[in-house]
Design a protein around this ligand. Structure first.
Ligand SMILES: *[C@@H]1O[C@H](CO)[C@@H](O)[C@H](O)[C@H]1NC(C)=O
Ligand SMILES: *[C@@H]1O[C@H](CO)[C@@H](O)[C@H](O)[C@H]1NC(C)=O
Ligand SMILES: *[C@@H]1O[C@H](CO)[C@@H](O)[C@H](O)[C@H]1NC(C)=O
Length: 326
């Protein structure tokens, strides 16, 4: 889906790459299976570990980390991901301070929690900062000369669980790469990034780090989820699990796909469409794309855009005439 909406452009303009993959099993995989606090999160822990190694799989200057349950709602223009700074381009990092999530993950890095950074996708990171984060973990949790990132990962997890047992958390916290990396970058490499932290005043963050920015993507499972829902026990449904349960005929599956499509429709509705190069006989180059001429599209395409606008925006705004029957 990301590809459809112009992921090529992000690669082309920024050299950033998507790294959402689960590579070879971590060397401590078997140990995870023996740890009661890990056993229900093994897949998740593996993913967070593999994201910490994302720089192994590309030579790009910037690496854009993204989850697979995210849809792009716009062409990914470089100006939406980067802004100029004293040390060259600064990736824009978004977060929110309103609600403390993954506090133990951050405390176990011996950092002060300022914000939750699994707030926006992609999280764009200077490639060399992956190695810096790994070095810090080795420094904190290494016990022997020969320790490396992989050998301190489980000790770090145990550190997180220890922190979370000190708090009122009912369950041991599952780590989060975005929280680890976001918090680390904020404290260690603040000037290499541009920060856009909602409700940052709650943590007394400087106002210049709290300006809103436009997003290029949406994390679909959390669409419509607000903090008050957790607080008041509202039965929010993360519809993607219906897919995980392999029940293709379920309402949840259909609703999840519909929400994803609506977000993309709405994104495509919001931008002006350009005329593809119709003199090219066939192939991808005829698609309407970011570098096409800016002649206004023909009536047929305007019609198609109108359809997307009607369907996408109606769903996003939560209005539907059939619902009114009640
Ligand atoms: C990344 O590369 C380093 C150095 O070659 C290697 O030690 C490490 O195991 C690799 N990690 C992954 C997840 O491939
Ligand atoms: C369309 O493609 C042709 C052939 O590559 C090229 O000569 C022409 O300049 C293109 N026109 C536009 C508007 O991009
Ligand atoms: C788009 O146009 C700009 C300006 O001509 C050019 O530098 C860039 O390479 C083009 N990008 C793509 C993806 O074709």
């Amino acid at each position: 889906m990301g590809h459809f909406l112009g992921w090529n452009q992000l690669l082309f303009y920024t050299g950033a790459v998507v790294t959402h993959f689960v590579s070879a099993k971590p060397p401590f995989y078997d140990e995870l299976l023996t740890l009661p606090k890990a056993v229900n999160f093994v897949g998740m822990i593996e993913k967070e570990w593999s994201e910490s190694w994302a720089d192994n799989f590309s030579t790009a200057d910037y690496i854009a980390v993204i989850d697979s349950d995210v849809v792009f709602t716009s062409f990914v223009l470089p100006s939406l991901l980067f802004e100029p700074g004293p040390h060259g381009l600064r990736p824009i990092v978004m977060g929110h301070s309103a609600h403390e999530v993954f506090p133990a993950t951050v405390l176990a890095l011996r950092l002060v929690w300022v914000a939750e950074f699994m707030d926006n996708f992609p999280l764009v990171i200077h490639r060399q900062h992956f190695a810096s984060l790994r070095r810090v973990l080795v420094m904190l949790y290494g016990a022997h000369e020969s320790d490396d990132f992989d050998s301190v990962f489980v000790p770090y997890l145990k550190g997180v669980w220890e922190e979370s047992s000190k708090s009122l958390a009912k369950l041991p916290e599952c780590i989060c790469f975005h929280s680890m990396m976001g918090s680390f970058l904020y404290h260690r490499y603040k000037e290499f990034y541009a920060w856009s932290i909602r409700h940052g005043h709650v943590k007394s963050l400087p106002a210049e780090h709290c300006c809103p920015r436009l997003r290029v993507a949406h994390h679909v499972p959390y669409w419509g989820m607000e903090n008050w829902m957790a607080r008041w026990g509202y039965h929010y449904k993360q519809l993607k699990f219906a897919i995980a349960w392999k029940s293709p005929a379920s309402v949840g599956d259909l609703a999840y796909r519909q929400r994803s499509a609506a977000l993309m429709f709405a994104g495509l509705c919001a931008v002006r469409w350009a005329q593809g190069n119709t003199s090219l006989a066939r192939g991808r180059d005829r698609l309407v794309a970011i570098n096409s001429s800016w002649r206004i599209t023909d009536v047929g395409m305007l019609d198609a855009q109108h359809d997307l606008c009607v369907q996408g925006l109606a769903l996003l705004e939560g209005r539907g005439t059939w619902e009114d029957r009640k």
